[in-house]
Ligand binder design. Structure first.
Ligand code: GDP
Ligand code: ZN
Length: 395
């Protein structure tokens, strides 16, 4: 057994700023099960050890070993070459077989174990390349509310993604304190009809109500990720799940500009009691992507017609054999609808800008909240120094 300066029952978080004591760490706590064990036992080499990837950077990965020790690992050339597409490369959440390096030697990923589930999306733009957002995720919790954020079409998108991944869909209709009970219940039944498999819960992260049921999904070793629009309460929720200790750490991280809103460092982390959470930038992009897809899909009727255009690169202007123009002439397609369709890319760009702005506002608010909470003078001084030039206070 290898031992660094940290004791086996202490997790060192990726940023090295916080430590969380867990009673005892085993592979099972990290999500290991028979499926992975049996795949691992079939590997040729006997001196490899299992590890779970918790973080990904352009040059290496962070991984947890079975005793909770965090190590950096690099990819072996063979694993890299054997992957026929990016989607086959190891990703956060994957179990891998690692050959531990000796002194001045890298720890090397020798094999990636098969995945039990895989949360992915197509890359933005026209490329069809698949991007893995997280592997071996058991539960995807979508946070929304029964009011402002409620959008069944977008939720349908999420459900499709989740079910394709093999994870279990959970929905939190958050901010229940803001809406009449009947409204939340109505929203829940609309969503339940869209996805009979989903567990739907009415919660208030702010008042810590309804969160016990979420925890009840988190068995030992269960990996969950939380997605949803910015501002729906994901951070509040995560803070509630972590409890006070984490909350404080998170503030410190944000203060140093290394908080979860600005860094890619923190990705897969164990919860204090049991279960793990995946939180990475890709997760946050899913929402934008989902909106984009929903928008595109809402024009599927027009795209159907476009398939009949004589030329596959028809611009639907005055091109010869344009089925869309013909449909407009015949009155089977609304001219205004065609206009919006032709402006789709522009619309998507607008959507991106709006969401970006919303996210910036949410992050500012979070910073401000944390500033108010800074607990001692030194923290405040450090905090203000760090913020100058980065974020100009609102008002
Ligand atoms: P995120 O962008 O999804 O991480 O959202 P945040 O957790 O940052 O929350 C955005 C805002 O909504 C914050 O001001 C929270 O205090 C507030 N909020 C979060 N959950 C609730 C809730 O259950 N009820 C109410 N009323 N406000 C909430
Ligand atoms: Zn055309």
């Amino acid at each position: 057994m290898r031992h660094a300066e940290i004791s086996p029952n202490i997790f060192l978080f990726p940023q090295g700023l916080s430590r969380l004591t867990l009673s005892a760490v085993t592979l099972e706590d990290l999500g290991w099960n028979e499926f992975f064990a049996s795949a691992f036992s079939r590997l040729p080499e006997k001196d490899w050890v299992p590890a779970r990837l918790i973080r990904e950077s352009p040059i290496n990965y962070g991984a947890f070993l079975g005793d909770g020790e965090e190590i950096d690992v690099v990819l072996s050339g063979k694993v890299w070459h054997d992957a026929v597409s990016d989607a086959e490369l190891p990703a956060v959440g994957d179990w891998v077989a690692v050959k531990l390096g000796g002194e001045n030697e890298d720890h090397v990923i020798r094999a990636r174990l098969p995945r039990q589930s895989c949360f992915s999306r197509k890359m933005p733009g026209k490329s069809t390349e698949e991007q893995v957002i997280g592997a071996n995720i058991d539960i995807v919790a979508v946070v929304t509310d029964a009011g402002e954020d409620f959008n069944p079409r977008r939720m349908e998108r999420y459900f499709t993604l989740i079910q394709r991944s093999g994870a279990k869909p959970v929905v939190l209709l958050n901010k229940s304190d803001l809406y009449p009970k009947a409204q939340s219940k109505e929203a829940a039944s609309v969503l339940q009809a869209l996805c009979p498999d989903a567990s739907i819960h009415i919660t208030s992260a702010l008042h810590n109500t309804g969160l016990k049921v979420l925890l009840s999904h988190l068995k030992r070793g269960t990996t969950m990720c939380i997605v949803g629009s910015s501002g729906v309460g994901k951070s509040t929720l995560v803070n509630q799940l972590y409890g006070e200790e984490w909350q404080w750490t998170d503030e410190v991280n944000e203060v140093t500009g290394k908080g979860r809103h600005t860094t890619t460092a923190r990705e897969l982390v164990p919860l204090p009691k049991q279960g793990l959470i995946i939180d990475n930038p890709g997760m946050r992009e899913i929402q934008m992507w989902t909106n984009e897809q929903t928008l595109r899909e809402s024009f599927s009727d027009v795209e159907q017609i476009a398939l009949q255009c004589r030329f596959h690169d028809c611009r639907h202007q005055n091109d010869q054999g344009c089925a869309i123009r013909q449909a407009v002439q015949e009155g089977s397609l609304d001219a205004e609808r065609l206009d919006s369709y032709l402006r789709l890319d522009e619309e998507i760009e607008k959507l991106r800008r709006r969401q970006k702005k919303r996210q910036i506002n949410t992050e500012r608010r979070a910073k401000r909240d944390h500033r108010v909470k800074a607990r001692n003078l030194n923290d405040r001084i450090q905090l203000e120094a760090d913020e100058i030039g980065l974020i100009r206070p609102e008002e």
